[in-house]
Ligand binder design. Structure first.
Ligand code: FMN
Length: 194
């Protein structure tokens, strides 16, 4: 691929001090050569309502859908709430899956990671997201699985990821997303990362 791989990233937390938002900003600085990552903030996405959809997609939703369409691939940074996907994130994906006949997100290559203050680092949320990818026919990076556990120990007070192992895993995840995206476009991936 001659052009850069365009990745759209979004995080499923609206908190200013969110570890997941911080992780997404970190990821932007770790992309491999030939990839660029744009961050989309979900703050203005309203709750999904079929009546609203019938009247026309709200402007922030249209912007989100357009950004997804323009992107070659997605990076989703998912917190975990009550062992599953936070409503903010699932809601945004639901909007992106409309209308079902010609939606922005279907078939889009995707990688997922996430940070939590717990011991499992969003493992369960990420697994539930993989079911959603199944519904939307989205080819997903399988390996590496990247779970940022005990997030309060891995970031400094400015939201910098200070844990070298986590940084290395995010780099590998992004390289795997590049490989998958190139393969989906009919090219050869550089390397498979286990
Ligand atoms: C409603 C709620 C439910 C939560 N449930 C989980 C959980 O199931 N697993 C987990 O690891 N952390 C859970 N947490 C803790 C979050 O991992 C922690 O608040 C994290 O900082 C949220 O992500 P953020 O920093 O990006 O906002 C929960 C937090 C909230 C507010």
């Amino acid at each position: 691929m001659d052009e850069k791989i365009k990745v759209l990233g979004f995080a499923g937390s609206l908190r200013k001090g969110s570890y997941n938002r911080a992780l997404l900003r970190v990821a932007k600085g770790l992309v491999p050569e030939g990839m660029e990552l744009e961050i989309f903030e979900l703050d203005d996405i309203p709750l999904y309502n079929g009546d609203v959809e019938e009247q026309g997609f709200p402007e922030p939703v249209q912007e989100f859908q357009n950004k997804i369409r323009e992107a070659d691939a997605l990076l989703i940074v998912a917190p975990e709430y009550n062992y599953s996907i936070p409503g903010v994130l699932k809601n945004a994906i639901d909007w992106a899956s409309r209308p079902p006949t010609n939606c922005a997100i279907v078939g889009k290559p995707v990688a997922v990671t996430g940070a939590s203050t717990g011991r499992f680092g969003t493992l369960r949320s990420q697994l539930h997201l993989r079911d959603v990818f199944f519904a939307l026919n989205m080819p997903a990076v399988l390996k590496p699985e990247v779970y940022i556990t005990n997030a309060e120990e891995k970031f400094d007070e400015n939201g910098n990821l200070t844990d070298e192992r986590s940084i290395s895993q995010i780099r590998k995840l992004l390289q795997s997303l590049a490989d998958l995206t190139i393969k989906m476009k009919g090219g050869e991936g550089k390397q498979a990362v286990a």
